[in-house]
Design a binder for this molecule. Sequence first.
Ligand SMILES: Nc1nc2c(ncn2[C@@H]2O[C@H](COP(=O)(O)OP(=O)(O)O)[C@@H](O)[C@H]2O)c(=O)[nH]1
Ligand SMILES: [Mg+2]
Length: 357
Amino acid sequence: MDPLRRSPSPCSPQASSPESPPCEMLGYVGIEAVLDQLKIKAMKMGFEFNIMVVGQSGLGKSTMVNTLFKSKMWKSTPPGLGGPTPQTLQLHSVTHVIEENGVKLKLTVTDTPGFGDQINNDKCWDPILGYINEKYEQYLQEELLITRQRHIPDSRVHCCVYFVPPTGHCLRPLDIEFLQRLCRTVNVVPVIARADSLTIEEREAFRRRIQHNLKTHSIEVYPQKCFDEDVNDRILNSRIRDRIPFAVVGADREHMVNGRCVLGRKTKWGIIEVENMAHCEFPLLRDLLIRSHLQDLKDITHNVHYENYRVIRLNQSHVLPRGPGWVNLAPAPPCQPSSPGLTKVCRWAQDNSDEDS
Ligand SMILES: Nc1nc2c(ncn2[C@@H]2O[C@H](COP(=O)(O)OP(=O)(O)O)[C@@H](O)[C@H]2O)c(=O)[nH]1
Ligand SMILES: [Mg+2]
């Protein structure tokens, strides 16, 4: 067949008869194919996601990490290590590569020892904030290199799940102080821990009180209202904000219930199924972290929290232009940058640079 004699394109003039309507595809260049290209590229690169759990000891942090990811992490856990969760004595991170339908997720979970367990809890948040800032600093140092890697490894904490003890009263002064500092540095999702110890009515009343506490102390947890990008975001995120903090129950054992294998806690009076919304709100937490907001958590970390850190650090270091790309970045001071607020920091930095010029 003559290669030049191709069958008429649906948009070519010959294709349409005099009666047919004008061709709508005229001018089509195939821009939508960029979505496939992005998908292929993203699948090749894989995703990195780093999560941290924070709260007093015994609230079920380590158990929750297992509840969220254990079925996927079992494969990389040597057999025989499935016993009771040991007490976490120091801050430590574990990385696993999880693969599902060809999509690779490099997940790093940072478990922290209980804070606020001492008689004097002064500055008990320092090691945790120090860790978060250290990860920002590592990223910044890589980014500032003249010959830098094409893909900078991302170990920044994208989300911090904060465990509130199920007292049924309100946030403790310690929680408020900690959350105020944490929310300025990282995305925070608070949860009511061990919610099986509260009745449904108690959970609801406790949630409302915590929401009130957060509001009166200007604590902006994730998803922050000021970063909703459009109406759809606003509708979806408002629903989430209304349910935060989620009342969760953690379990790393499977049980048979009516012939089904479910993740749950076995008690004398029955099995609490953690993935059953009638029993607890664990599914809301999992969906937020993994299914609906994973990329948004990463974007806000990069564009807001890391950006704030970067602006403050570069200002502190008096950036001196000495030839292309030269930056004199002094070592991070022992007292880490503390930002005045989420949206204000960049403006503050801009004002400063205006004064300098
Ligand atoms: N009742 C109840 N117990 C839980 C829950 N989550 C964990 N636990 C138990 O609480 C104890 C401490 O859990 P762990 O995960 O080590 O707490 P962490 O110190 O915060 O890491 C363990 O015996 C867990 O089985 C929960 O949601 N409800
Ligand atoms: Mg632990």
